[in-house]
Design a binder for this molecule. Structure first.
Ligand code: PLP
Length: 374
């Protein structure tokens, strides 16, 4: 039985009539950019995240760039971030002219380790950019304590984690800014590119809104060099159809993660863990094993999809070679990059699918002649 990594069509299928109606509504309105749908989505996200003001932008990468720019992070500044993330996180730091400083991750959660962040603070440090990677919340209370102590700003890269919580509160409500992506494979998706910046206050949101529109409030007076980066109304209308289903989808992902444990994946690979009291929304289900590549090949033979995220950590990417990192500098991230494997995870995954994946992984390991991981 083939098991795909994700199944977007199965997720959207039952909503087809609602989607058609939402799209027709936008067509009839004739308002496509910065119209009522975009504003309504901003209000919905704001209401959920403690009333923090929000601004829709063109994608999650722009959300990071614009958030950093709006917080005046730029040339000469260092931003401490994780090496174990999608490239856009580090790219955004470089894009505003700042320097990414990579600190190692926590071996259990895969998120930035606050103790390692502390070690990397220097005179040029301006900001911390944690990522709620794979849907697990970063340790925001600890990161915010460090930021307050050292007068740093914090941007939460929440692209993979809408709905995740630390024991204290929902992600997106901690940093000076938080960013989301509505890329179609994200746990809170759209049907194209889209992003959102969540801001600590109205002044920051005003700046983000100005920046997303060429640095102008009114298309007449241009106050600074900005971007053309708006979330369009067709996209916002689609995302608004999905929003009422988000918590159910997140719960279905968590259920599938529980099935992986119940079906015995822990006897084959190391299961992803969740910090005490946290809510992991399993945007991706990352298990690990030293023979990851053998398992992956065996899964492919059995028709089970899997994927490697992220095979080369950021500090070892060619683009950042000038920063002087070498292999061994950030060993926890390097080990994750060498051993972690994304197994099928989506809200429509069935217990039979999960059992099939576990059986295929077990067979793959046996035929590779390896002992199960301890
Ligand atoms: C952690 C992380 N940050 C940023 C982004 C960038 O988002 P987008 O693809 O919408 O630009 C992504 C997604 O691709 C991501 O996974």
């Amino acid at each position: 039985m083939a098991v795909p990594l994700m199944d977007i069509q199965a997720q959207y299928g039952p909503l087809r009539a609602e989607l058609d109606a939402a799209l027709a509504g936008v067509l009839d309105s004739g308002r496509f950019i910065l119209g009522p749908e975009g504003r309504a989505l901003e209000a919905t996200v704001s209401e959920r995240l403690d009333g923090r003001p929000c601004a829709g932008v063109a994608n999650g990468t722009d959300a990071l760039v614009i958030a950093l720019n709006a917080l005046d992070v730029g040339p000469g500044d260092e931003v401490i971030t994780t090496p174990y993330t999608f490239y856009a996180t580090a790219e955004a730091i470089a894009r505003v002219g700042a320097t990414p400083v990579f600190a190692d991750i926590d071996p259990v959660t895969y998120c930035l380790d606050p103790a390692r962040v502390r070690e990397r603070i220097g005179p040029r440090t301006r900001a911390i950019l944690p990522v709620h990677i794979f849907g697990h919340p970063a340790d925001m209370p600890a990161i915010m304590d460090i930021a307050r102590e050292h007068g740093l700003v914090v941007v939460e890269d929440s692209a993979q984690a809408f709905g995740a919580r630390t024991p204290d509160g929902e992600i997106g409500t901690y940093g000076d800014a938080a960013t989301f992506s509505f890329f179609p494979t994200k746990n809170f998706p759209g049907m194209g590119d889209g992003g959102m910046v969540v801001c600590r206050d109205e002044a920051l949101a005003d700046r983000v809104k100005r920046l997303r529109f060429h640095g102008s409030k009114d298309k007449v007076v241009f106050e600074e060099v900005g971007y053309n980066s708006r979330l369009d109304d067709l996209q916002a209308a689609i995302i608004r159809v999905f929003y009422p289903h988000l918590d159910g989808w997140n719960a279905a992902r968590a259920q599938a993660a529980a099935w992986y444990a119940e079906e015995g994946l822990g006897d084959v690979m190391t299961l992803p863990a969740t910090a005490d009291g946290a809510r992991h929304i399993f945007h991706l289900f990352m298990a690990r094993h030293p023979r990851r590549d053998d398992i992956r090949a065996g899964l492919a033979d059995a028709g089970v999809a899997s994927a490697v995220y992220y095979g080369i950590p950021m500090h070892l990417q060619p683009v950042f070679s000038g920063l002087g990192y070498t292999t061994g500098d950030l060993p926890v991230a390097e080990e994750a990059a060498a051993t972690a494997l994304a197994l099928p995870m989506h809200p429509n995954l069935t217990r039979d699918d999960v059992a099939e994946v576990v059986a295929a992984a077990s067979r793959a390991l046996e035929s590779a002649g390896a002992a199960p991981s301890s």
